[in-house]
Design a protein around this ligand. Structure first.
Ligand code: SF4
Ligand code: SF4
Length: 428
């Protein structure tokens, strides 16, 4: 029988807007603002200076010590400098500004003489690959588990509404994704791989099932949000439970996204570092929703102009509507983890005015982590962080299910995430 995690919600998919759109080349930006922090860990360190000419595929910032990732230029052009530039968090962060000369002169990574566990791990690190499903964890560190994982789980769930970039990749680059899965298995030492795909993508399930074989299998998953969250996906694909505060590898599993697997193939077989990705631009306030190859550092405004996104729409979101960030400026630029940019009209984004909790318990029934969001919020307002911790705030995955179901429109996700942050900062 089909396993699935408990609880969760069924938001409207809205994927029909862009699911049928083949991946095409996105806009060629006049300039790119490359964030030095497109990943979890320390920002990369610039190795270029103002006036330097760089090629597409050239290293421009080196990974810092420890957890970090290299950054490559997606265009040929001239470095203007390292500048503070606005990000979705609202804070300015360091970006390398490169003016495109449109010559598209490029360079590749040196070709690997042999494909071994060590050479694949080194190449994944060199190419600056990070988790492209949204987490941004440096992939080489994730794969380097010293034989502790026997199963690789590949995330093709794409459970957030609207987003279809992974769906299109699975249809249009099926062989390349399977090759990336084999390389990831080699790197982490897994003996088998399970590709988890929600049942609302039957064509992707069919395409991968037809071509995979041996120790790689496809599992059709219930269409249930957040099926693509790490703990939920691992349970649905393998039946294994990741204990609270532990990592998938503690249950013998490594998880990579299908786009990450595709990027591993590009880096190892084609010598292309990570400087662009496929993104979905969608929503009812977009003239022509699309799935696009987008260069890292492309301003959101260029995507809005390319697809006809209305800047004065009800809400612009970077990422999915459940977990994404509201966008307040189209000057913000894309990065390695940018899966989508949504332009939502009034019918898709009702204004939220919170009222008092009516004690209906729906948030408790929906939380896939088994938490009590309403009690955590209450404890937060009382500044009783020890109590918030007792109700499990630290286990929150920020999925947004509690806010989605709350009839009082309370900002539960933000409250629980804030409680989690304070508990971590104060080491409660
Ligand atoms: S409390 Fe956290 S994990 Fe639970 S539903 Fe809300 S956002 Fe998701
Ligand atoms: S869903 Fe909203 S109204 Fe219902 S118990 Fe939770 S916080 Fe209160």
């Amino acid at each position: 029988m089909l396993k699935s995690f408990k609880k969760g919600v069924h938001p409207a998919g809205c994927k029909d807007l862009s699911a049928g759109q083949k991946i095409e080349r996105g806009p060629e930006p006049q300039s790119v603002w490359l964030p030095l922090s497109q990943h979890i860990g320390a920002p990369a360190e610039p190795i270029v200076a103002p006036g330097d000419r760089v090629l597409r595929g050239q290293l421009v910032a080196k990974k810092a010590e420890g957890l970090s990732a290299n950054v490559y230029s997606p265009v040929a052009g001239t470095v203007k400098g390292v500048v503070g530039h606005i990000t979705v968090s609202g804070k300015k962060k360091d970006h390398i500004l490169i003016e495109n000369d449109f010559s598209d002169e490029s360079m590749l990574l040196p070709h690997l003489s042999e494909v071994t566990r060590e050479s694949v791990l080194a190449r994944v690190e060199e190419a600056g690959i990070v988790g492209m499903g949204g987490a941004g964890f440096p992939t080489a560190a994730k794969l380097n588990v010293g034989g502790r994982a026997d199963v690789l789980v590949v995330n093709g769930a794409e459970c957030e509404p609207y987003i279809t970039c992974d769906h299109r990749l699975m249809l249009e680059y099926t062989d390349e994704i399977l090759r990336g899965v084999e390389l990831a298995m080699l790197a982490c030492g897994a003996k088998s791989a399970v590709i988890g795909i929600e049942k609302n993508k039957p064509d992707a399930i069919a395409a991968l099932s037809e071509k995979c074989g041996g120790n790689i299998t496809v599992r059709a998953l219930r269409t249930l949000y957040p099926q693509g969250a790490e703990k939920q996906l691992v349970y649905s694909c393998t039946g294994r439970v990741i204990p609270e505060g532990k990592l998938p590898v503690d249950a013998g599993v490594v998880v990579v996204n299908v786009h990450t697997a595709f990027s591993i193939h590009r880096a190892v077989d084609l010598d292309i570092p990570c400087y662009e990705r496929v993104m979905t631009v969608s929503g009812r306030a977009v003239e022509t929703p699309k799935n696009l190859w987008v260069k890292n550092g492309t301003p959101f405004r260029a995507l809005a102009q390319f697809c006809g996104g209305r800047e004065d729409c009800a809400r612009i979101v970077s990422g999915g509507p459940m977990m994404g960030d509201s966008v307040f400026s189209l000057k913000i630029c894309t990065g390695k983890t940018s899966s989508s940019l949504l332009f939502l009209d009034e019918s898709e984004s009702e204004g939220k005015v919170a009222s008092a909790c009516i004690g209906c318990g729906r948030c408790v029934q929906a939380c896939p982590m088994g938490l009590s969001p309403t009690f955590i919020e209450e404890a937060l307002f009382r500044k009783d962080f020890a109590e918030a911790k007792r109700y499990g705030a630290s286990a929150c995955i920020g999925c947004g299910c509690c806010s989605y179901v709350c009839p009082a429109k309370r900002f539960l996700t933000q409250s629980v995430k804030l409680a989690k942050k304070i508990i971590a900062e104060r080491k409660i």
